[in-house]
Design a protein. Structure first.
Length: 107
């Protein structure tokens, strides 16, 4: 099985058990209406949408281990696990599957 990617994303094919994540935009206003400036809080995201998935890593026998996530999943991930990169002024993250903590359902 080869990797998959969002058709709107540039052609990036992650290797092994890596995924490409488009980070979610931080909330600029709380539910109660309080506006939060961009300078407040953490700048590093912890939630995003998977836009490309690698084929999975190999086990000791050389067999592919299927990925637990797929393109389109919204995930929570370790704050400092993924590497950041930018294409056409859009920021993306590339992470190992182990950096993903959870899949957000009903998002």
């Amino acid at each position: 099985m080869c990797g998959y990617r969002d058709k709107n994303m540039p052609k990036i094919k992650p290797l092994g058990d890596r995924v490409v994540i488009e980070p979610s935009k931080p909330e600029k206003q709380t539910k109660s209406g309080i506006v939060i400036p961009e300078t407040a809080g953490d700048k590093r995201p912890v939630e995003g949408k998977i836009t490309a998935v690698g084929p999975g890593k190999l086990n000791e026998k050389g067999e592919r281990i299927p990925m637990s996530v797929k393109v389109g999943d919204v995930v929570l991930f370790k704050k400092y696990g993924p590497e950041e990169f930018e294409i056409d002024e859009t920021k993306y993250l590339i992470a190992d599957e182990d950096d993903i903590i959870a899949i957000v359902e009903n998002h």
